[in-house]
Structures are given as structure tokens and as C-alpha cells.
Design a protein around this ligand. Structure first.
Ligand SMILES: [Zn+2]
Length: 406
């Protein structure tokens, strides 16, 4: 007998069930006859499937639809809190964990610092991941039978089909079989994806990319990752490398990157670049609020706070970083011509200082009038974007029967 845990996925093995469930999700509230019209399934088929979904508590019915004079029609909605997903975002310095419902709403969150982050070998890393997941699950109040899977967003290059973290230049881990190990430990479906691609998927389902078919999402934190959505689907390229925009080279004589090359986009426009610009100004002895921060480390947040107080040097650092971000985004626009670029990750918190120089760079340098007007927006999902994206990896499979797509 299928365990209640894998039951949700077992149920969705029929493509028609996924289609009906996803139609209800997309429309929010819909009647059986409208589902039949939209899916081209016969009304009896829809009725059977809906009954199964109601039995499984994935769908709710109520009589609150609009009536045309007679009885109100019965409408169906997703029972968002009937199941939950655990999302994990593995960064360079910390791992964040969260629980979301079927609607991507976060109900519980936790941050675990990475132990001596740059020295973990594969075995230690996997042990650490298992340990923090066990401890997080013990704190989750929802029943284990309602947990449908674990989604993991990882820094670095990830083979999303096999769930292997192929290469992480900063964590220095190679070919780690994350999916197999975590699935075996927890007896649950596990999905693994690069963090920027997970963020893009989260934006497609729940954020700024909901209405957009082609967009690129940049995860600007310590480094810069990219997630490409083309025709409503995540694009992975031949070897999962697509979207590594942070390592496109924009200055041959620029700073050395974690990948070993010089002048990668992320060395000039990431959180790391912000810190280095600030340190340089301080070394030069320039007068700035940044010298008065006491024991706090100079990082993006500190620079942003100083800029908010009107510090000229902090504002200049953010402006310069915004210009470089604009240049990298310009390359993406010329290469892919997306209708929207979403900027997320920690650095996007300083968006009020960055958006001006970004749009100015694009408006003065893009090749065509249309390209100059490409929409550049900040992530709707904020700091938890990759984490919500990690949960969406599991949701996308439940609802659309297709891993890693929307
Ligand atoms: Zn690089």
C-alpha cells in the first residue's frame, strides 16, 4: 500500500488528475463545468477526478460562486493547507529552511549557519544537511503524513534531473548526490535545483513572473546566479549551465572571481563587490559613515543603511554597483530579449538605490527602443525567494506532472 506520504504523488500519476488540479490552482475558484470546457475533458471524467481530489482533501467545494439568478453554482478551490512542503536554501554561509503550504505561503522558517563553511567535505556536508533537516522536522507542528516532499535549492551547478550538486565554486563540493541521500534518509520525494533557477520558478508561480512567458531572474547575493524562463519553462541548457550569467566576463582586467577567471560580472556587481568597494574607500581614508560602524562587518546591509542616512560614499558605492548590474543585465537583454528581468537576492534590498543606475544604463545603451524599455523589476518574494522556489520544485511536480517546469 502506498504510504500517505507518497500518496499525493501516487494520486497524480494520472496526467488528467494533474491537469484538473492545476486548472483549479490557476483559476483560483472554478466550477466543474468550466474545468471541462477549459481542459476539453468530458464532464463525467472531470466529475470522477474531482471526487478523487476531494476524497484526498486536495480540493474543497463550496457554494459561493456567482449565481445567474438561480442556485449558486458549486465552485472548487485548492485546499492549500491540506499538505505542506519543506524547502531548503543552501547558501555559502548559511542554510535556510521553511515550511510552505500548497500556495507557497511560508508558515515556519529557520536559519542554520554553515559550520566552518568552506571546509566541509561531501560526507560532512550531507551529514550536516540530514541533521538540520531532522531537527527542523521535529519542530514542525503539521503531521508528517501531510508532508509531500523536500525541495532543495543549492548554490552552484546542479543536475536537477538526478538531483546532484555538480559543482559549487565557493563550497568546493563536487558531484554530491543530494537527492538520493536525502530521499533515503527521509523516505520522501526530494527535488534539487540551482538556487537562482529555483528562485525563477518561485517567481513564475508566486511572484513577479506570474503573467510573463519569457523572463530572466537574477539572484544577486554574494555571487550572481541567473534563472531563465522561456515559454513558461525553466531553461537548463545542455549541461545545466544555462543562466550562469554571474560568470560572464565584462572586464578582462577585473578582480579575480571564485571561478578563477578575472572580471566576471559577479566580481563587479554582487554583494562581494559592494564590500570590496567599501573596503577600498575606507583604506583610501575617505570620510564616510562606514568607518563608524563599530564591530559590525562591512556588508551590503551596512552600506545600504549608511546610504539611507545620506552618506555620500555609500550612495556612490551603490550607484557604481548599480551601473555594473545594468551592464550585465544589458548583455542578458541583448542575448535573450526577455520581456522582463527580475532582480532578487540580498543585494536587491538596496533596490531603491540600484534601480536608477540600472535603468539609466539600459536606456542609454540598449540597441533598440523596445530593448531600452525592457521591464526591470525587483523580486516580489524578497529574501525568501529561493526558499519559496525550493518548495515550488515539489509543487510543480505535484501540479504539472513535469519536474522543473511550470
Ligand atoms: Zn567567475
Amino acid at each position: 500500500m502506498a504510504s500517505p506520504i507518497t500518496g499525493s504523488f501516487q494520486l497524480m500519476k494520472s496526467l488528467n488528475r494533474s491537469v484538473v488540479l492545476n486548472t483549479i490552482r490557476i483559476h483560483g475558484a472554478i466550477s466543474r463545468s468550466e474545468i471541462a470546457k477549459k481542459t476539453k475533458l468530458t464532464p463525467p471524467t472531470v466529475t470522477n477526478i474531482v471526487n478523487e481530489l476531494i476524497d484526498a482533501e486536495l480540493v474543497l467545494e463550496s457554494r459561493s460562486g456567482k449565481s445567474n439568478g438561480g442556485r449558486k453554482p458549486i465552485i472548487l478551490t485548492i485546499n492549500s493547507n491540506s499538505r505542506y512542503i519543506v524547502g531548503v536554501d543552501v547558501g555559502v554561509n548559511k542554510v535556510r529552511l521553511a515550511v510552505t503550504n500548497l500556495n507557497g505561503e511560508v508558515s515556519k522558517r529557520k536559519v542554520e549557519p554553515m559550520p566552518v563553511s568552506k571546509a566541509l567535505n561531501e560526507e560532512e556536508f550531507l551529514l550536516f544537511l540530514k541533521k538540520i533537516l531532522h531537527s527542523f522536522l521535529e519542530e514542525v507542528s503539521e503531521g508528517r503524513d501531510k508532508l509531500i516532499g523536500i525541495g532543495i535549492a543549492m548554490h552552484g551547478i546542479v543536475d536537477h534531473e538526478k538531483g546532484i550538486a555538480i559543482h559549487g565554486p565557493t563550497l568546493k563540493l563536487e558531484k554530491v548526490p543530494v537527492k538520493d541521500v536525502i530521499e533515503e534518509e527521509f523516505n520522501l520525494p526530494v527535488r534539487v535545483e540551482n538556487d537562482a533557477k529555483a528562485l525563477a520558478l518561485g517567481e513564475k508561480w508566486f511572484g513577479a513572473g506570474k503573467e510573463t512567458d519569457h523572463f530572466v531572474c537574477l539572484n544577486v547575493g554574494e555571487g550572481i546566479g541567473g534563472g531563465i524562463v522561456l515559454n513558461n519553462r525553466l531553461f537548463h541548457g545542455n549541461n545545466s549551465l544555462a543562466g550562469e550569467v554571474g560568470h560572464t566576463i565584462i572586464d578582462l582586467n577585473g578582480p579575480t572571481c571564485s571561478c578563477g577567471n578575472k572580471g566576471c560580472f559577479q566580481t563587479l556587481a554582487s554583494g562581494q563587490a559592494l564590500k570590496e568597494r567599501a573596503s577600498k574607500k575606507i583604506e583610501e581614508g575617505v570620510e564616510t559613515e562606514l568607518t563608524k560602524i563599530g564591530n559590525r562587518e562591512i556588508e551590503g546591509q551596512v552600506i545600504y543603511e549608511a546610504a539611507l542616512k545620506g552618506d555620500v560614499v555609500a550612495k556612490e558605492i551603490l550607484r557604481e554597483t548599480g551601473e555594473y548590474l545594468g551592464l550585465g543585465i544589458l548583455n542578458v537583454i541583448h542575448f535573450l530579449n526577455p520581456s522582463m528581468i527580475i532582480v532578487g537576492g540580498g543585494v536587491s534590498k538596496a533596490g531603491s538605490f540600484l534601480m536608477g543606475p540600472i535603468t539609466e544604463t539600459i536606456e542609454t545603451r540598449a540597441l533598440s527602443f523596445e530593448a531600452q524599455k525592457t521591464r526591470i523589476v525587483l523580486s516580489d518574494l524578497g529574501e525568501e525567494g529561493s526558499l519559496i522556489g525550493a518548495c515550488t520544485l515539489v509543487l510543480s511536480e505535484l501540479f504539472t506532472h513535469e519536474h522543473g517546469n511550470t
